[in-house]
Design a protein around this ligand. Structure first.
Ligand SMILES: Nc1ncnc2c1ncn2[C@@H]1O[C@H](COP(=O)(O)OP(=O)(O)OP(=O)(O)O)[C@@H](O)[C@H]1O
Ligand SMILES: [Mg+2]
Length: 265
């Protein structure tokens, strides 16, 4: 597997030839995915598809099921029904480490940087056991994308600012060389200027060919960057569609509140 920047560089020419919002190959798809925590239902019969090269937003209020849906994709919660397919193969029920090896990586909500490990050690963990041989090369590639982390390599994760921690969390996910990156509320708790930087970085990854799923409550910013979006309420998809169209209709707010919409977008 070529390292990320090589892959991204290679993909950049492909990306420019792939028009946004047009039909491409489905990279990941969820069919009737249902998940519970004990007796609490978190995801209800969700059908969702992401094509190669897209940014797809998952929007919704607190408790809508965004995180649980991302966790369902990476095998971090057991499904009570439905299937997840990636690159045409059924990955339902595979353990998370196998799913990472296939090329999917999750940057968790709240960053979950290891506070008592240095930036370098956090990145090393992100490379995983399988990625240790390629680690030095990948480290250099990832640091080229996140220059701010180069000066902080020997600083404990817990001492980084919120914006630096978010960059470290994304960088750590990239160390496993994913094709599909899942970002869970990357703008949460960050100052507006830092949010802009994080979104610029997301755009850069997309422009270089990466496919992204972005769970967000920052609806305006997410719809600006995403090709398409799904709006969740109480574990269900209330609304889905092209981002430009969703921005025009103003239906997202109603869907957020689970009020339904007249037009299915
Ligand atoms: N570990 C857990 N144990 C029990 N219930 C949970 C757990 N995690 C989530 N839930 C419940 O599952 C439902 C979906 O939660 P989820 O975290 O997926 O929502 P979310 O859209 O990511 O919300 P937020 O914006 O607050 O992160 C909610 O009802 C929530 O209370
Ligand atoms: Mg969440």
């Amino acid at each position: 597997m070529p390292p990320i920047l090589t892959q991204l560089r290679r993909c950049s020419s492909r990306r420019s030839s792939v028009a946004r919002n047009t039909a491409g190959d489905s990279l990941v798809s969820l069919h009737a995915v249902t998940a519970h925590y004990g007796s609490t239902i978190a995801v209800r019969a969700v059908d969702l598809e992401v094509k190669e090269g897209e940014i797809v937003a998952i929007l919704g209020a607190n408790g809508a099921g965004k995180t649980s849906t991302l966790k369902a994709i990476v095998g971090m919660i057991d499904l009570s029904g439905g299937t997840v397919r990636y690159e045409g193969r059924d990955i339902t029920g595979l353990p998370p480490e196998r799913i990472v090896e296939r090329g999917i990586s999750l940057t968790p909500e709240g960053r979950e940087v290891f506070g008592s490990l240095t930036t370098r050690e956090n990145l090393r963990v992100g490379a995983g056991i399988a990625g240790q041989r390629a680690y030095p090369e990948r480290l250099e590639e990832v640091l080229a994308l996140f220059p701010v982390l180069r000066d902080k390599l020997d600083v404990f994760g817990g001492l980084l600012s919120g914006g630096e921690q978010q960059q470290l969390a994304i960088a750590r996910s990239l160390m496993s060389d994913p094709n599909l990156l899942l970002l869970d509320e990357p703008s949460l708790g960050l100052a507006p200027i830092i949010v802009e930087r994080v979104f610029e970085l997301i755009a850069r990854l997309r422009d270089r060919g990466m496919t992204l799923i972005l769970a967000e409550q920052n609806v305006d910013r997410a719809l600006q960057i995403a090709d398409r979006a799904y709006v969740f309420s109480t574990g269900r998809i209330e609304l889905e569609g092209d981002s430009t169209r969703l921005r025009e209709t103003g239906d997202v707010e109603r869907a957020f509140l689970g009020l339904g919409v007249e037009d299915g977008a």
